[in-house]
Every structure is written in structure tokens, then in C-alpha cells.
Design a protein around this ligand. Sequence first.
Ligand code: UDP
Length: 441
Amino acid sequence: MKTVDVDELRPSNELTDIGWGKDPLLLPRQAIALISDHGDPAAEIGVEEAGGQNVYVRQVGETLATLGWQVDMFTRKVNPNDRAIVQHSPHCRTIRLVAGPEQFIPRDEIFKYMPQFVEAFEAFRLQEGISYPLIHTNYWLSAWVGLQLKKLSQIQLVHTYHSLGAVKYQFVPDRPPIGSTRLRVERQILEQADCVVATSPQEEESLRALVSQKGRIKVIPYGTDVNNFRIIPKTEARAKLGLNPTEQIVLYVGRFDPRKGIETVVRACAESKAQKVGNLRLAIVGGSCPDRIDGQERKRIEQIIQEVGLAQRTLFSGQLDHSVLPLYYAASDVCVIPSHYEPFGLVAIEAMACGTPVVASDVGGLKFAIVPEKTGLLVPSQSITAFAAAIDRILADKWWVKQLSINASARVREQFTWARTVSQLSNLYQCLLAGSVNSNF
Ligand code: UDP
């Protein structure tokens, strides 16, 4: 099948006949489920494996509820002290299912617990007397769950990959033992889901080139909260954070994961002109746990920082909440995203929404978010020299930066708001359910 165009798909009369298109808040709510095996929407973001997927599911779920849906978001319980149900708003909640030990388990080791996840999901659903005619799964592990649930009952299945093994394995030296299962499930979900949501045209291209020609794809990008991520005067942001008003601040925000390429930004900063004149500050935002993979990566990065002589010029802020992150973006002269690959890259649009120019790797969804020379710069991933030159170009030209800043925030407001993302998702769900109304309702 071809890429789906929702506007063409939607039979407008049919939608009106079944009630959609009227004030959603006055209608009985349609329950839907979002499944995010490891990306707990109620978790703290920015530590270990909690990143963009958690933000996406939470924002999508909460915003869908404001559009009139009844949203249940399912995830795996990773701590016995965590609440089983977290109510985010009257019509949106996170439900933590017990599937395997109630502890953190790296993504590549979770698959064996997914049959338990399916059982726990069904048990919860029966106990509550709910049926979910539409399920939106996130990441390949949840895709497997969705495919099993589709065998059990007639559901509309929507999937977002967030990360694609078929692309990722091109960049990592050792494919994990679960790799072939992941690739198989990634193909099955594309061919068997009712619709796959790609978050950028680049992801759609990768899916067609590397996964399958079959299956329906709709491109619906990630969004960001433009009320939170907004332009704040740099002097004000630095004063609030106690940062030096005259330094040139280079910012990295994200998890400590080797594929995020933090080493590149560190080495590029060491080569930059700003460092040579002694005016550079590298701010690294993101959490880590000493005994886990992100703790090991942080240690490795600290060693490189020592080795290149940046120890006195680097600030590690640790994990930060979205309530304070806008100040960091606004206080910085440039935000660097040196990922080896990046399915979308929420950090790019958060920085841009705050009017901060971005220097990023020329990969994946970053090529979609950033318009080179207009909102930032794209350079070959892992090229220290290219990153250093791009950082220097931005730090050297205040007038150009003003233009980049205006363009960047305008682009996010036009293209990448959660309101826009979720209204497209909501339309897609409506279309899919309308298609099944005749046969199933
Ligand atoms: N993040 C955060 N606090 C931190 C570090 C990161 O809230 O200390 C958030 C960041 O703001 C963004 C998300 O984590 O919303 C990272 O998403 P992205 O798509 O850039 O990368 P991913 O983690 O999904 O690979």
C-alpha cells in the first residue's frame, strides 16, 4: 500500500454521522490505549533510557484527552514503589503493568517479558470492563504486544517506531542478540498495522528502503510545548541560572548514550576558537546512574573532557525538568546535537522554539527539523572539524544569529506544536475507526 493521505481518506459525512466533528467534550468518550513498554509517560525524563518517547507518549496522551478521547497509557512497572496507576488528568492516565521483575531492565533484554505484558493488559482490560478499538504502540517491543492483541480482537493498530533497528544497526559495531527478532517485528508491524506513523519524511524513506514496501505510512512529526519552550532574553536566563553574562555557551541536552555523540561536541569545543580565547563554556544537561550504561558513558565523557583540557570550562547540570530547560536553551549561544543517528530529535525543536540556533548531525529527523543556514547548521556526524567550524561560525556572527533565532522559533510554531501533531493523530484515529465502524460496530 501507499503512504496514506488522511484528508483524502476521511469520508467527512461519515464522520459527522457518527458524531465526530461535533463538540468532542459533549460526546461519550471513546477509549483508546497507548502502549509504551519501556517509555513510562509518568517517569522522570533525561536519565538512562527515558527520553523523547516518554515525552511523546505523555504529551500525545494528555492532548488527545483534551480533544475528547479517553486515554489509557500502558507501560511496564519498573519499581515496586511506583504507583500502579497515575492519573494525569480526568481522562488520561498511566497504567503500569507487572511484566517481569519490577526493576529497570535494559531495552534489549525486555522482549522475554512481553507475553506477560499482553496477559497483564488483557487482565486489566477485563477487570475494568473496557475495550480499546484502537491501540497506538510505541517502539518495536510494544509493536509485538500490539500484534498479539490484534490477533485476539479486531482492533485498529497504529504504530510509531521512535527508533529503527534497521537504521541503528548500521551505526553500532555489535548487533545485540535480540537484533534479528527486532528487525522481524519491525517489518511485521509495518506490513500488518493499520497505519504506521513516521515522525519525519526521512524516517518514511528509511522504512521503505530498509524495512518493507508494504504497509501504510503517514508522516506526523513530533511536536513541542511552545508555551513552555519560548524565547526568553539571554541576559535574564543567565542571571536566573547564575551563568556568566559574557561567556560563549555551547549546550548539549540529552541522554548519556554513545549514539548521541557527546564525544564529538566535547572534542569540537576543544578545537573551537572560543576555547582558544578562553571564553567558552560547555554546558551538558542530562542525568546518569553510576551503575548503568549512561553512568559508564558519562565517566568516559568526563575522561575525554580531562584529556582535552576542558574540565574547568564544562558544567554538568545533571538531569533537568522541562520547567527549567527553557532557561538553559535561552542562556546558550548554540545548542549542539551530535547524534550518530536520530529518528527525530526533540531537543532540536525545543532549542529552536527558544530561539537558540542548532548545530546538528546531518542525519535522520534532524534533517527535517533544521533548515541549514536558516535555523541552524547541519554537518557530517562525528566530524569534529566540521562541528568546530559550525560552532565558530555561529559564535562569531551576532547579527546572523538574531536572524537564525527568529526563523527557528517561527518554524517550530508553524510546524512542530503538540496541538498540530495531536490533531493529525486524532484525525487519523477517527478515519481508521470510521473505516471499521460499518463492519465492527
Ligand atoms: N530531557 C530532559 N531532561 C534532561 C535531558 C533530556 O527533560 O535532563 C528531555 C529533552 O528535553 C527531550 C528528551 O529528553 O524532550 C530527549 O528527546 P530526544 O528526542 O532529543 O532524544 P531521545 O532521548 O529520544 O533519544
